[in-house]
Design a protein around this ligand. Structure first.
Ligand code: C2E
Ligand code: CA
Ligand code: CA
Length: 409
């Protein structure tokens, strides 16, 4: 990303690119002036003059076709170059609907210009692959899926298609159940089970996340009376239920009151609720998040930093925000025996958590060795398929009864 944009300087009358060149970058004129020419040799004619602020070369950059014009500077000119790889990276991160709209616009632009004979292509490398290229068909499918899922998601709560699954969180010192994380599931009537990794981002974009978040909170708090007895009966430790909050939810000014009201209605002790949030949420909304987190913590609610190590934040917010727990991301945990780097990152995270008084949960443990190793390294809790996969509420009691004394299901 560091050199995604760079500055290139041309003397007067230099060619920036010419007809037939590969279209691998676009340019913005920072200072100076260029002319755009079509045709070949003496038949070249100027079709445009562009000055400061104008962009050129972007169409070939998007559709990967060779240049269909020549661009030459008229005076000494300074350009900012935008690499195709950077644009592709940005596009990949954008919504599938936006990607598809871009592709359609591009196709329409090309067909209008070709029909008018303005940007005439010559040679053999002229095969048109759209509008029915595999790429366009895939984009079309992804966009239609996104749009129809967004539509269906808005009815999912009323149609009772959402469900909370619970995954046990295990205390590593005695392998008892310390609490549960609530993880949402969507049973789509036609498409089957849809992962929260797909529909939560969609809910965030469409604003539905507020209704979904309220539903999750209500449901988890209501289910707690059934789950609480399936935790270790240990006077030293208070059992808890953990819910995930996303950025728009935490940024809402009503979130603290909503949580407080919900706990009050169900007579639930706030110290038995924990919220999980990621670094990305914190970075995006530092001010709003900070106020809400301090208020929630003052009520006694626990606050876990989820997916630790995967964001791009510094560590300063760990000092200013009232976290009680740090969750080490599964990408590190699952590499603990293959990668020295992951091992060092886990050690450093555990040390950091210990030094500022946070409990720790290692996510994604899939074998007994990793669990034992993490316990020996001082990690206080574990979560992972080795102990139990997330399961519907009605399966939790029988899972607990079947557990062997080793702590494994
Ligand atoms: P997360 O908060 O990091 O949740 C942990 C994810 O790791 C869950 O995926 C869980 O099923 C999975 N997992 C647990 N143990 C293992 C293991 O041993 N191996 C592997 N490979 N995976 C394991 P899930 O349930 O698909 O949830 C994905 C993400 O969706 C969650 O990641 C969370 O960010 C989001 N999410 C889930 N439920 C909610 C919700 O109610 N509200 C919000 N805002 N986000 C949610
Ligand atoms: Ca989580
Ligand atoms: Ca996580």
């Amino acid at each position: 990303m560091a050199d995604a944009f760079d500055r290139v300087v041309f003397e007067a009358q230099e060619v920036v690119f010419q007809w037939g060149d590969p279209g691998d970058s676009a340019f913005v004129i920072e200072k100076g002036c260029v002319e755009v020419l079509t045709g070949a040799g003496t038949a070249q004619r100027r079709i445009a003059m562009l000055t400061e602020g104008a962009m050129f070369g972007e169409v070939a950059l998007l559709d990967r076709q060779p240049r269909t014009a020549t661009v030459r500077t008229l005076v000494p000119t300074r350009l900012i170059r935008i690499e195709r790889s950077h644009v592709e990276e940005l596009l990949l991160r954008s919504d599938s609907v936006i990607q598809y709209l871009m592709q359609l616009l591009l196709e329409r632009f090309r067909s209008t210009h070709d029909a008018a004979g303005m940007l005439h292509r010559q040679g053999t490398n002229n095969s048109r692959h759209y509008p029915d290229s595999t790429e366009t068909i895939d984009l079309h499918k992804a966009a239609v899926r996104t749009l129809s899922l967004a539509q269906d998601l808005s009815d999912a709560i009323d149609l009772k298609q959402l469900e909370l699954f619970y995954q046990p969180l295990i205390a590593l010192d005695d392998l008892t159940v310390a609490g549960y994380e609530a993880l949402i599931r969507w049973w789509h009537p036609i498409l089957g089970l849809i992962s929260p990794a797909e529909f939560i981002p969609l809910a965030e974009k469409t604003g539905l996340i507020h209704r979904i978040g309220q539903w999750v909170l209500q449901q988890a708090v209501a289910d707690w009376s059934a789950l609480r007895p399936i935790c270790a009966d240990d006077s030293r430790r208070r059992p808890f239920i953990s819910i995930n909050l996303s950025a728009p939810e935490l940024a809402s000014s009503r979130i603290v009151a909503e949580i407080q009201n919900c706990l009050g209605r169900h007579h639930m002790d706030p110290r038995e609720l924990r919220i999980e949030l990621t670094e990305t949420i914190i970075i995006q909304n530092m001010d709003a998040v900070s106020v809400s987190l301090h208020q929630l913590r003052a009520l006694g609610i626990g606050i876990a930093l989820d997916d630790f190590g995967t964001g791009y934040a510094g560590l300063d917010y760990l000092q200013s925000l009232p976290f009680t727990c740090l969750k080490i991301d599964k990408t590190f945990v699952q590499q603990i025996n293959q990668s020295e780097r992951s091992l060092h990152i886990i050690k450093a995270a555990l040390e950091l958590a210990r030094s500022i008084g946070l409990s720790t949960i290692a996510e994604g443990i899939e074998d007994s060795e990793s669990g034992t190793q993490l316990a020996a390294m001082g990690c206080s809790h574990a979560q992972g398929y080795y102990y139990a996969k997330p399961m519907p509420l009605h399966e939790v009691a029988s899972w607990n009864l079947q557990r062997r004394p080793t702590g494994r299901a």
